[in-house]
Each structure stands twice: as structure tokens, then as C-alpha cells.
Design a protein around this ligand. Structure first.
Ligand code: VGL
Ligand code: ZN
Length: 204
């Protein structure tokens, strides 16, 4: 069984969003074209409470882009984004959500961030996505979405760690590039972590 994992294709990561990823919307047609090719489609949704510790606004004097220690883990601070029940947290309207079999929310604990769709950044709690995929006898996962250098990267690396044969759909991702070269570095890290990289047209 092969599963497609759509990472955080939400308004706040797209044009005009609070944590806009350059050209983020361009992953939507790729996702829509691919969903029908898979046995199973799952999606992750960044889903933060308003008091989340990753928001710069929740730390006096801090600005987005700065790094703090959050309960023992280094934490990049972000603008307020993907607040539960807000428009920014919704999937992009053009995404064919009826083709998604199951959604896994992450980042709900204010004390810890969760880039991976499988575990929080401390690997303390699971979202249930790994068990779900294993229950469905999935052996291969194809990962795409936003953002390459954060949630896509950590989702793909955790997929490898959980024993899935893992592919990155490179043209189905866009990155933040907080520092120039971050996206290229993320792809290098994924490759060295055992992720295979391909283009969506190889799947169509
Ligand atoms: C993400 C930063 C903060 C992502 C989520 O989806 O890559 N990045 N929250
Ligand atoms: Zn977030």
C-alpha cells in the first residue's frame, strides 16, 4: 500500500497568510493531481492554541525568526499562525479535501512545537499517523506540502525512522528559506536520512 502525505497545505502558509511560504499555493494543483494515484491520502494540519510557545508574540520582546529555548528544545519563533478554528488554519480552498482519508492535527500542546506530522519535536507524543498508516498496511509514503525546510523535512525523516520507504515529491513542496539555502540543505538532509527524491510527473 502506498500513501500520500500532504503536509500543512493551509491558508497561513499560502499567499497573504501569516507565515507565507513563497509560492506556497503552487503545491495545491500538484496535490490535486496526485491524490487519485494513491491507495490512501492523509494530511497534517498545524493546529495551535493561541498561547502556543512557538509564537513570538507570546514572549516579551521577542521577534519572529529569533531562536529561544522552549522547555529544553531550541525553538524558532514564528508569527501567530494556524490558530485552531481560524481561517488561517483551514486547508486552502482549492485543495480537494474530499479526497483526504484522514487528517492528523499537530502543534496542539502550547509547551512544545511539532514540525513532524508523526511526533512533536521532542518525540514525546505521537499524533497517531504512524499507527494509522501501519494499520492500513502502508509500506511506502510520498511526502509533499509546506514547508520543505520545516514540517515536510521532519515528517519525511520520521517516516524513514518508522520504517516506511519514503519519497519526497520535490515539486510538490515549497520552503520558507528563513536563511538562504535552507531548502537545498533540507533536501540534502532528507537524502542523507534515507529519503528518495522524485518529481510528481514520475507518478502521473
Ligand atoms: C511550519 C513553521 C511553523 C510548517 C509550521 O508547516 O513547516 N513551519 N509551523
Ligand atoms: Zn506552526
Amino acid at each position: 500500500m502506498k500513501a500520500l502525505i500532504l503536509v500543512d497545505i493551509q491558508n497561513d502558509f499560502c499567499t497573504g497568510g501569516a507565515l507565507e511560504v513563497p509560492q506556497g499555493n503552487q503545491v495545491v494543483p500538484v496535490a490535486n493531481a496526485l491524490m487519485g494515484q494513491f491507495d490512501l491520502v492523509v494530511a497534517t494540519q498545524d493546529w495551535h492554541p493561541a498561547n502556543h510557545g512557538s509564537f513570538a508574540a507570546n514572549h516579551p520582546w521577542r521577534k519572529p525568526g529569533q531562536v529561544i529555548d522552549l522547555n529544553g528544545l531550541p525553538q524558532v519563533l514564528w508569527p501567530i499562525h494556524c490558530v485552531q478554528e481560524s481561517f488561517g488554519a483551514e486547508f486552502v480552498q482549492a485543495l480537494q479535501v474530499d479526497k483526504i482519508d484522514k487528517v492528523f492535527i499537530k502543534g496542539t500542546d502550547p509547551e512544545i512545537d511539532s514540525y513532524s506530522g508523526f511526533f512533536d519535536n521532542g518525540h514525546r507524543k505521537s499524533t497517531g499517523m504512524g499507527d494509522f498508516l501501519k494499520e492500513k498496511k502502508v509500506e511506502e509514503v510520498y511526502v509533499m506540502g509546506l514547508a520543505t525546510d520545516y514540517c515536510v523535512k521532519f515528517t519525511a525523516l520520521d517516516a524513514v525512522a518508522l520504517g516506511f520507504k519514503t519519497w519526497l515529491i520535490e515539486d510538490g513542496c515549497r520552503g520558507v528559506n528563513l536563511n538562504p539555502g535552507d531548502v537545498d540543505q533540507a533536501i540534502t538532509d532528507m537524502r542523507s536520512g534515507g529519503v528518495e527524491v522524485l518529481n510528481s510527473k514520475e507518478l502521473l
